[in-house]
Design a protein around this ligand. Structure first.
Ligand code: SF4
Length: 233
């Protein structure tokens, strides 16, 4: 049986898709590795071009790239970054003429949600927010056993309710949803049910101050080298 080749950009050393050439030159894609999606599925890339020709999609993509551009500045000696993501969020929302922002946040980051609401309101946005525990439904209602409750078997524990977060924001006709600190899986459900465009301002990582890449950066030291040990799955 021959093994099917699948795209593996994360293993690519050639980066043929990011050529350092002048704008009047054309990228040469032949040198890409065999696992390059440009070689494996050129039809997909052709179809995607059609999608970008839709005026609303093209405009959204254009504004996203303008936003990307504005996050850098050329200075003597090179290029440097200048905007934290929260500022990027404000700028991008204004570019798109979004006024009503829907903040879906984790109850564990209520303080941060309050601060973010202050920032966004101070910049002129209306902020509609919904906490993950909305509904106060017991975790048992989705089949969680008492020994699986974080606060112990004898205590009531509200389930995280990302579907309700999404539907409540859908009902309030938000322009743009912002996710703050939802857990893995809960964020998946929110994304599935949210009907508006959305972005993530921060993901939850309980041990790194919500910076999951910190653990990645520590894999070469003893602190998180265990992430690299091989396991059967
Ligand atoms: S698209 Fe092709 S050239 Fe670009 S990173 Fe992926 S495999 Fe490498």
């Amino acid at each position: 049986m021959t093994e099917e080749i699948h795209s593996m950009c994360s293993r690519c050393a050639k980066r043929t898709c990011t050529p350092f050439i002048k704008s009047n030159e054309a990228p040469v894609k032949d040198g890409a590795p065999d696992f390059c999606p440009m070689k494996l599925m050129p039809d997909v890339l052709e179809n995607v071009k059609e999608e970008y020709r839709k005026p609303d999609v093209q405009e959204f993509a254009r504004l996203a790239s303008v936003q990307e551009y504005e996050c850098y500045e050329r200075v003597d000696g090179g290029m440097r970054t200048k905007n934290p993501r929260i500022l990027e969020l404000i700028q991008f929302a204004k570019k798109n003429d979004y006024h009503k922002l829907g903040l879906a946040f984790c109850g564990g980051l209520a303080k941060e949600a309050q601060m973010l609401t202050d920032v966004l309101e101070n910049k002129g946005f209306e902020v509609i927010s919904v906490c993950c525990k909305v509904g106060a439904e017991p975790k048992e209602s989705i089949g969680i056993r008492s020994e699986e409750k974080i606060m112990g078997p004898d205590n009531f524990e509200s389930m995280c309710n990302p579907i309700a977060q999404a539907e409540l924001l859908n009902r309030q006709n938000i322009d743009f949803a912002v996710l703050l600190g939802l857990c893995i899986g809960h964020d998946t459900l929110f994304i599935k049910y949210c009907e508006s465009p959305m972005t993530v301002i921060a993901v939850k990582d309980r041990v790194t101050g919500h910076n999951p890449l910190a653990a990645l950066y520590l894999t070469s030291s003893m602190y998180y080298s265990r992430l690299m040990t091989k396991e059967e799955y």
